[in-house]
Ligand binder design. Structure first.
Ligand code: SF4
Length: 212
């Protein structure tokens, strides 16, 4: 598999935020979001080729029960599915963070999926694969990265029209350079939304550092 980096850090996003977590960042992505914070992971030239066994061994060395497979877009690589199963079988809690545009149907149901729904300011509104809704369970999380009022309104519309109670775990994350957490929080409170404000914890602990 094509790996961008493997490291242990504090989980900065999702309902697992704050917990120690090993990240397996796979290289390559089918999108190019305007605010992408891991552009280096989209460039396969900077990645290294590793076998599933090698990745498994490196992850095991951290002795950490929580592992996230991320990217780039991890589900572009077939091996990500097998790696997830091996990690599950060895007792890890496994998260997969995906951009929502790639089928989720073959992901092991024990994996917690953290699934983006891209908003207009990303440049990829409409990239979410609607059939993926069938594979969102109550344990999975839907994430909206919001950079403007237009993004916010589109996220709210999506929840009203399509979520249908599939999960209560909905994350609204402001684009750090475009929207203040206070403004987004104000909208959420005013509208009485049952969503979770998400700030990227790692970017406050280690601003701008790669591999964190
Ligand atoms: S899907 Fe993720 S990795 Fe790909 S361009 Fe968007 S933010 Fe970057």
């Amino acid at each position: 598999m094509l790996v961008s980096e493997i490291f242990k850090s504090i989980q900065g996003e999702s309902t697992f935020a704050g917990l120690p977590c090993v990240f397996v960042r796979l290289a390559g992505c089918n999108l190019s979001c305007s605010w992408c914070d891991t552009p280096y992971a989209r460039v396969p030239d900077e990645a290294i080729e590793m076998t599933i066994a090698e990745v498994f061994e490196e992850v095991g060395g951290f002795e950490c029960p929580l592992v996230e497979i991320t990217g780039g877009e991890p589900l572009l690589q077939e091996e990500a599915l097998e790696l997830a199963v091996e990690l599950l079988e060895s007792g890890h809690r496994v998260l997969i963070e995906t951009n929502g545009s790639v089928p989720l149907s073959r992901v092991d149901p024990r994996v917690v999926k953290i699934v983006d729904v891209k908003c207009p300011s990303s440049g990829h509104a409409g990239s979410f694969l609607m059939e993926n809704l069938e594979h969102i369970s109550a344990e999975d999380e839907l994430k909206f990265v919001i950079g403007s009022r237009e993004d916010y309104d589109s996220a709210v519309r999506f929840l009203e029209e399509f979520l249908m109670g599939r999960t209560q775990k909905v994350l609204f994350a402001p684009v750090r350079t475009a929207l203040s957490p206070a403004e987004l929080s104000g909208w959420i409170l005013k509208d009485g939304l049952r969503v979770r404000l998400q700030l990227q914890l790692h970017s406050y602990i280690w601003p701008g550092e790669r591999g964190r």
